[in-house]
Design a protein around this ligand. Sequence first.
Ligand code: ATP
Ligand code: MG
Length: 401
Amino acid sequence: MESFFLIKPGEILLKQDNQKEFTTRLIKEIKDRLGTIPSRIGDSPGRFFLSVDQEHEIAAAFVLAHCPGLNGYVKAYHGAKQSDKIIGTVLEVARKASLQGLRTFKVETRRSDKSFPLGSYQMSASAGEAVLASFPDFTVDVRNPELLITIEIRERAYVYGNAEKGPRGLPSGTSGKGLLLLSGGIDSPVAGYLMAKRGMALESVYFHAYPYTSMEAQKKVERLARRVCAWCGHTRLWVVPFTELQMKIKKAAPENATTLMLRMAMMEAADRLAKRIRAKALISGESLGQVASQTAEAMQVTQAPTDLPVFRPLIGTDKEDITLMAKKIGTFEISVLPYEDCCVLFSPKHPNLKPEARELKEIYAGLDLGVFIEDSLARAERLTYGYEDVHKEFERETDRV
Ligand code: ATP
Ligand code: MG
């Protein structure tokens, strides 16, 4: 038995000149993420169809739910344009919805094949009556139904219930590649997810100060990268050893400037790495005013070592909103695992709240970190995540429910 999904793309329908390119990309993304699952994908104006073997239905739904560029998807029945068959499948949709506890419904028919003997209204009415006859605790609600059953009479008949939401946004890679500064905290994975939704392919960089930050801290970042991979399809994580740089900064920089110097060094290293992997932008989880290094003045300083755009999609959000998003995307429970971040260990007691940009840039230049940064990058470890990891995340999620 096959499982058949109708897929509604989102914003790509608004693209005029490059809609074809976006569509091709979205189809490729879905295919890539399905990995070894055999599938067929077709498209017709305004939507796609995906069919997979029934045993892969839940895995396919997971892929669709995580694929940027999709507004929604729904498992649909399709078949002959015969009203008795159509009503049979409407009852099947109602049966599943009743198991989920839904009780009010409405049937809507769209008929583009005008040779079909029943009019839209008649088709909806007979299907509605059949539902009421078979499910006595169902009632019709035309304004705000819990279950909307749609019948489409096109080249074939399609019947489906409520659509599931996709991530919306743009297909991965259509906005180029971004390099995410991924720490073990709550914010940066969410920042990566938001930029993935805007069509960015992602690679991540983690600056690791072993043994001041433990191997467990690195493992946590690896788990975050794998979880973010469920949204961006495939990704690489660069683990860059940063201990020597931190020690050098601690020794040579004034105490109240160490955090900003460290941030600048991270930016410089990220900038150099981004240029090597052809990333067009850096992405960070900063939020205005969250800590002393995230004021407007501080950001003017910390971003000085790069001429790439630094995307900070969380800049105007607060921790509560970020936490809600982190829970929704499945990173929260990993982020809150208790491993200390290097910046906690190296924070000055009294950080500089009103840094003076020119002075700090001079101090940074004086540290002359170029050679150390190159050396760190040369020793970076590169980890790759792909569709197998998307499937691992899927298995983890199914285990949990
Ligand atoms: P997060 O912001 O991810 O919750 P955090 O709050 O501990 O972690 P901040 O001190 O707020 O981190 O750092 C701001 C941003 O700088 C992070 O969102 C992340 O993008 C980047 N960053 C901080 N530490 C690291 C690190 N060790 N490796 C890579 N990026 C980092
Ligand atoms: Mg933060």
